[in-house]
Structures are given as structure tokens and as C-alpha cells.
Ligand binder design. Structure first.
Ligand SMILES: Cc1cc2nc3c(=O)[nH]c(=O)nc-3n(C[C@H](O)[C@H](O)[C@H](O)COP(=O)(O)O)c2cc1C
Length: 222
């Protein structure tokens, strides 16, 4: 079982990283093969908005964001973690979302995910919703969503108080993957979004979106 953990915080020893490393430990103890990526340590430019990926199937910028997108495609499970910045995900996480070929290309089709947002006062529900929608709209399955509220930099409280939340959410992810669990409400939501929204939009674009159609074909969708 391959799990990819993506840390959207610029701080590699902050609260977000601490929670994600606790999830990593829990996963390793359950026999998972885990890869941990700090977005702050990879080479990732902003999306240029040229839309050429929809035609060619790859980004015109050849950097680590492309490598990360392929790693996501090769994983069974993905954990997205971000601090809350102004009631949103971090800029790093937003770049990852924009560059990652997620929604239109259905990158998370068949993948099980955990979303996790940290914050110290108000708005981490909003950043979590952004990650949840990313998973749902991209065809992924949301096994658990985790909201952590602690004072800025208080990794001690996190280590003491979140063990059980982390154990339970990781257990849900592992069981989801092992049992190929279907989440009926998510399934219906995605069915509507994909068939009434994404699919007609892409089909209307025709050859300009041939890269997308090729990716759907390789996943057996569309
Ligand atoms: C620029 C910036 C904006 C922030 N905005 C919010 C916010 O809107 N809501 C909130 O609850 N916390 C906010 N915070 C606090 C962080 O989300 C919180 O402390 C988080 O756990 C930090 O994660 P890290 O230790 O992994 O960097 C903000 C922090 C920064 C640096």
C-alpha cells in the first residue's frame, strides 16, 4: 500500500508537519510504504494559465510539480495537509492544486485520501473545505477529514492531544484502501459533478482537450 503525504506548510517542523509525521508513523506501523513531500522543498513554479496541459497531457513547465503529479497517480492513498492562511490553504498548497492536473483530468480517480488543515483561530474549516472539494471533484474518496486548532507553533499540544484523532483517521484510510470502500454520498456527488459539469464541458472543447480525454481513457472513465 503506497501512501503519499503532502505537507503544504512552508515550515517543515511546524504544526502541520508534526501532524503529518504522526500520520506517517501510524501508517508505517500498519505496514504502509510512505513517501513524505514538503512542498517547500520541491521546485514548483506557479501555473501560467496557458491551458496547454489539456491538449498535451503535460505541463509546459518541466519541474518537480510534474514529478509530484505522477507520484500521486501512482499512490493508493494521499494525505493533503495545509496550514490555514487567511481562511484558505497556503500558497504552496494552492500552487500544488493549480499545477497538479487534479480536477479536469480526474487525477484522484480511485484514490483514498485524508485531508487535514491546521489553524489557530478562525477559518480552518474553510481551508479544509477547499481540500475536501479538491478530493471530491478530482474523483478521489475522502476516508477522513481532520481539523486541528492549536496556538501557532504549539507542536507539544499537538503531540499530546491529537494521537487518537490521527490513529482513527489513518485506520479509516487503511481500511478504505484494503476493502475498496465505497462512500455512497460522495459517489453520488461526484457522479453529478463529473457527468453534468466536467464531462460536457470537456467534450464541448473537442480536440483542444485531447490530453484530458487520453488520461480519462487510461483510467477507464469518460
Ligand atoms: C500568513 C498567515 C495567515 C494565517 N491565517 C490564519 C487564519 O486565517 N486562520 C487561522 O485559524 N490561523 C491562521 N494562521 C495560523 C496558522 O494557520 C496556524 O498557526 C498553523 O497551524 C501553522 O501551521 P505550521 O506550523 O505548519 O506553519 C495564519 C498564519 C499565517 C502565517
Amino acid at each position: 500500500m503506497k501512501i503519499l503525504i503532502i505537507n503544504g506548510s512552508p515550515r517543515t517542523k511546524g504544526v502541520t508537519a508534526t501532524v503529518l509525521h504522526m500520520m506517517e508513523e501510524e501508517l508505517v506501523s500498519r505496514g504502509a510504504d510512505v513517501e513524505f513531500v514538503n512542498l517547500s522543498e520541491i521546485k514548483m513554479s506557479h501555473c501560467l494559465g496557458c491551458c496547454s496541459c489539456y491538449t498535451t497531457g503535460h505541463c509546459c513547465i518541466d519541474d518537480d510539480a510534474e514529478v509530484l503529479s505522477k507520484r500521486i497517480a501512482g499512490a493508493d492513498g494521499i494525505i493533503f495537509g495545509s496550514p490555514t492562511y487567511a481562511s484558505n490553504v497556503s500558497g504552496l498548497m494552492k500552487d500544488c492544486i493549480d499545477r497538479g492536473h487534479f480536477v479536469i483530468e480526474q487525477l484522484l480517480h480511485g484514490k483514498y485520501c485524508i485531508t487535514m488543515a491546521t489553524g489557530e483561530n478562525y477559518g480552518n474549516g474553510d481551508s479544509l473545505t477547499i481540500l475536501n472539494n479538491l478530493v471530491l471533484f478530482s474523483g478521489g474518496k475522502l476516508s477522513a477529514k481532520v481539523k486541528i486548532k492549536v496556538p501557532f507553533g504549539d507542536t507539544n499540544t499537538v503531540r499530546k492531544k491529537t494521537k487518537e484523532i490521527i490513529r482513527k483517521s489513518v485506520a479509516k484510510l487503511v481500511l478504505g484502501i484494503k476493502n475498496k470502500k465505497i462512500y455512497p454520498i460522495q459517489w453520488v456527488c461526484h457522479f453529478v459533478i463529473f457527468n453534468l459539469g466536467i464531462k460536457p464541458f470537456v467534450k464541448k472543447k473537442g480536440v483542444a482537450y485531447r490530453g484530458v480525454l487520453k488520461k480519462w481513457e487510461s483510467k477507464g472513465i469518460g
